[in-house]
Design a protein. Structure first.
Length: 437
C-alpha cells in the first residue's frame, strides 16, 4: 500500500486529514438527515397530509420520517460489507453521493394539493434512500478516523470527532430552516422550507472533494497486504460477534431515542401543545447543538481517562433522571424554562454519544469491524430512533401529559445501563492484534 512506510510526521498529517474528512463528511450527511427531521414536525403534516386531523397528520408525517430509520440497518449491511471488502474510503464516497442526491430531490416533491397522496409516497421513497446512505456512513467515518490512531489511549477522543458531525449537522439544519423561515415569512410553507434541501448539493461537492483526497486506513491496508480481507464480512460478523451486535443496538436505546424526542418531536410538541413559535424552538435547538460542540469531544476524551463503560453509564443514568426534569420544565409553558430545558437536553446524550463510537467499534475485529459496528449501531434505529417521535406522539395523544414520555425515555436509559454493563471494555487496549481472529 502507498502509505506503508509513512514517517511519523506524514502519518500524523494523514490522521488529521482523516479526522477532518470524517467530521466534515458526517456533518454534511447529518445536515441532510436532520433537515428532514426538523421539517417533518413543522411542514410535512400540513402539506402532505392536509385531510387529516392535526394530531393524526403529525403521526402520519412521523411514520414517513421513521422509514429512514428502518432503512439504516440495510445501509449498514450493504456498505459494511463493501467497507470491509474494498475499503473504508470507497464506501464513504458512495454514501455521501446517495444521501446528497436524495436530499436534493426532497426539495422538488410536489404537495398533496398538486399530486395527492403521491407526494407522501415520493417523500417516503426518498427518506428510505436517505436512511440507506446514513446507515452506511457512520461505521466508515468512525473507522476512517479511529484506524489512523497510532496509540491506544486517544481513540475515544479521535473517534468522537465523527460524532461531532451530529451537532454540527443539527446546527446547520436548524440554522438553514431558521434563516429561510425568517426570509420567507408567511411563504415558508410555499417555498421557504425547500431551499435548505436544494443547498445540500453544494455541501455534497465540498464533502466529496475532501474525501477523495485521503488515503485508506492502515488497518484495512494491512489486511489487504496480508491477504486477510474477509470474503463475507457481514455474515462473519453475525457468526462471530452476535452478542456485540445485539448489545451495541441495546446500549444506544438511552441515547438515540431521547435524542429524536429532544430534536424532532419537540417541534410538533412545542408548536401545538406549548404554544411557542417555530423560530423559538429552532433557536433553542440551535443553541443546544452549540453546547454539544464541546460536550461530545470532551466526553470522548474523558472516556480515554476513566474508561468507555464508566463514562457511558454515567450518561445513561443522568438521562434517566433528566427526562423528568426536561418535561417538567417544558410543561410549565414558561418560555425561559422551555429554552433552558432544550439547551440542557443534549448534555446527557453527549456523555454517551462521545465515547460511543470507540466503545462499539473496539468490540469488533478489524476484518469485520465496518460490518459489525455498523449493523449494531444502526439496528438501534429500528428500536430507538425511528419509533421514538412516533411513540412520544402516541403517548401524549393517549395520556395528554409530557411525563408519560419521560417514563419512556427513562426506560430506554435503563436498557442502556444494562447493555453497557454487559459489553466488554477495550479502552486503551490494542485493536490491531486481531487480524488472525
Amino acid at each position: 500500500m502507498e502509505h506503508a512506510h509513512l514517517s511519523p510526521e506524514e502519518h500524523h498529517k494523514q490522521l488529521r486529514r482523516a479526522v477532518i474528512a470524517s467530521t466534515v463528511g458526517t456533518t454534511i450527511e447529518w445536515y441532510d438527515f436532520f433537515l428532514y427531521s426538523t421539517v417533518t414536525g413543522l411542514v410535512f403534516a400540513k402539506l402532505y397530509f392536509p385531510e387529516s386531523e392535526p394530531l393524526v397528520g403529525t403521526l402520519q408525517a412521523f411514520m414517513v420520517y421513521a422509514v429512514g430509520f428502518a432503512a439504516r440497518p440495510i445501509g449498514a449491511a450493504i456498505f459494511g460489507h463493501y467497507g470491509d471488502r474494498i475499503g473504508r474510503k470507497a464506501s464513504l464516497i458512495a454514501t455521501l453521493l446517495l444521501m446528497g442526491v436524495a436530499t436534493f430531490l426532497v426539495a422538488l416533491v410536489p404537495t398533496y394539493e398538486t399530486i395527492g397522496i403521491w407526494g407522501a409516497v415520493l417523500l417516503t421513497i426518498l427518506r428510505f434512500i436517505q436512511g440507506i446512505g446514513v446507515g452506511g456512513e457512520w461505521g466508515g467515518s468512525v473507522l476512517l478516523a479511529m484506524e489512523w490512531a497510532r496509540t491506544n489511549n486517544h481513540r475515544g477522543y479521535i473517534a468522537a470527532w465523527p460524532q461531532f458531525g451530529v451537532p454540527a449537522g443539527l446546527f446547520l439544519a436548524n440554522a438553514a430552516v431558521l434563516g429561510f423561515s425568517a426570509l420567507s415569512g408567511d411563504a415558508f410553507l410555499d417555498w421557504g422550507w425547500r431551499v435548505p434541501f436544494l443547498l445540500s448539493i453544494f455541501l455534497i461537492a465540498v464533502g466529496l472533494y475532501i474525501r477523495l483526497g485521503i488515503l485508506e486506513t492502515p488497518t484495512f491496508a494491512k489486511l489487504v497486504v496480508e491477504k486477510k480481507v474477509e470474503r463475507q464480512p457481514l455474515l462473519e460478523a453475525i457468526r462471530k460477534h452476535p452478542k456485540e451486535i445485539v448489545l451495541s443496538a441495546l446500549l444506544r436505546m438511552g441515547e438515540q431515542a431521547p435524542f429524536y424526542v429532544f430534536t424532532a418531536f419537540v417541534f410538533s410538541y412545542g408548536t401545538t401543545s406549548l404554544g411557542v413559535s417555530r423560530d423559538f424552538l429552532l433557536t433553542a435547538v440551535l443553541v443546544a447543538a452549540m453546547v454539544s460542540f464541546v460536550t461530545i469531544p470532551l466526553s470522548g476524551h474523558l472516556s480515554d481517562r476513566i474508561g468507555r463503560k464508566k463514562m457511558y453509564m454515567i450518561g445513561a443514568a443522568l438521562m434517566g433522571v433528566f427526562a423528568f426534569v426536561y418535561f417538567g420544565m417544558l410543561d410549565t409553558k414558561d418560555p425561559t424554562l422551555i429554552f433552558i430545558a432544550i439547551i440542557l437536553s443534549l448534555i446527557p446524550h453527549d456523555m454517551m454519544y462521545g465515547p460511543q463510537a470507540a466503545l462499539i467499534a473496539e468490540a469488533f475485529t478489524g476484518r469485520v469491524r465496518y460490518s459489525g459496528s455498523s449493523l449494531g449501531y444502526q439496528l438501534a434505529s429500528l428500536i430507538a430512533g425511528g419509533p421514538a417521535p412516533l411513540i412520544a406522539a402516541a403517548l401524549f395523544a393517549y395520556f395528554g401529559a409530557g411525563i408519560a414520555i419521560a417514563f419512556y425515555v427513562a426506560a430506554c436509559a435503563v436498557c442502556s445501563l444494562i447493555a453497557t454493563a454487559l459489553i466488554k471494555d477495550y479502552t486503551g487496549k490494542d485493536i490491531h492484534h486481531d487480524y488472525d481472529a
